[in-house]
Design a protein around this ligand. Structure first.
Ligand SMILES: NC(=O)c1ccc[n+]([C@@H]2O[C@H](COP(=O)([O-])OP(=O)(O)OC[C@H]3O[C@@H](n4cnc5c(N)ncnc54)[C@H](O)[C@@H]3O)[C@@H](O)[C@H]2O)c1
Length: 248
């Protein structure tokens, strides 16, 4: 579709910015890394999937680190090495995450904890490790990936995921309050976007006012908006990028 495929020419909107992106080997994180590189940012990328990450690093010139966002030592190492390589950090995008489907009875405690650990605690951990760097640069930004489920948790059999994404939204709002006025923190809440995460779910497009699923680049563009000073008066916001699902 023309409106999803056409990319405006890069405008160097992130020239001089130094940004950490998690979950960069795939889907929304990958599209964000590609867009941010085209906009002139220096990037530090993290993911569990090292092969995808290294391939992306070659095409974008980014610094890439295999890291598990739930592992403090591994996040700390990646952040410190990335900051040293880039000369600092003034932006973070937390796109690493996992989806879990299953009813409350089907999902056991171990799986429940894993989803909350990656989606909420992993996001917190990355922010925490980056914070000493972010605080050095007024106007630094944090963008976390919530979900349409953060706003309207009505998809059946996704209670663990919806709980984790509600947590990401409130974590981000609490950070926005705590870190203002120097650092802005916002949540992007995508609907169903065509990525490897959702390969087996293609949903009913009639749930979407725009009658189609989203593309990773469309989410990446909203993350770009919240990372540049074009959104200078926006903090603690939840931006629905969901084709109208959450009100439709
Ligand atoms: N695709 C959608 O429809 C959709 C909708 C709403 C929200 N989201 C959210 O957007 C974000 C990106 O989703 P996506 O669709 O691009 O998924 P994806 O599966 O394509 O990519 C997620 C990436 O996160 C990485 N990852 C997972 N656990 C990790 C860990 N512990 N440490 C480091 N990296 C880890 C994976 O290796 C993968 O590369 C997620 O937070 C997801 O919940 C996606």
């Amino acid at each position: 579709m023309a409106h999803t495929q056409t990319t405006p020419p890069p405008a160097n909107r992130l020239q001089g910015r130094r940004i950490v992106i998690t979950g960069a080997a795939s889907g929304i994180g990958r599209a964000t890394a590609e867009l941010f590189a085209a906009e002139g940012a220096a990037l530090t990328l993290m993911d569990l999937n090292n092969e995808g990450l290294q391939q992306l690093a070659r095409t974008t010139g980014a610094f890439a680190f295999e890291a598990d966002i739930t592992d403090e030592a591994s996040v700390e190492r990646a952040v410190q090495q990335g900051a040293a390589a880039m000369g600092g950090i003034d932006g973070v995008v937390n796109a690493a995450g996992v989806l879990l489907r299953g009813s409350v009875l089907e999902v056991g405690l171990k799986e429940w904890r894993r989803v909350l650990d990656i989606n909420i605690t992993g996001t917190y951990l990355v922010v925490r490790c980056c914070l000493p760097w972010l605080k050095q640069v007024p106007g630094s930004t944090i963008v976390n990936l919530g979900s349409a489920q953060s706003l309207l948790p009505n998809a059946p059999n996704r209670t663990a995921y919806a709980t984790s994404k509600g947590g990401v939204l409130n974590l981000t709002r609490a950070l926005a309050a705590e870190l203002a006025p120097d650092i802005r923190a916002n949540t992007v809440c995508p609907g169903l976007v065509e990525t490897p995460m959702t390969e087996e779910i293609r949903g009913n497009v009639n749930n979407y006012a725009l009658r189609r699923l989203g593309q990773p680049l469309e989410v990446a563009r909203s993350i770009l908006f919240l990372t540049t000073s074009e959104s200078s008066y926006v903090t603690g916001a939840a931006l629905a990028v969901d084709g109208g699902r959450s009100f439709h």
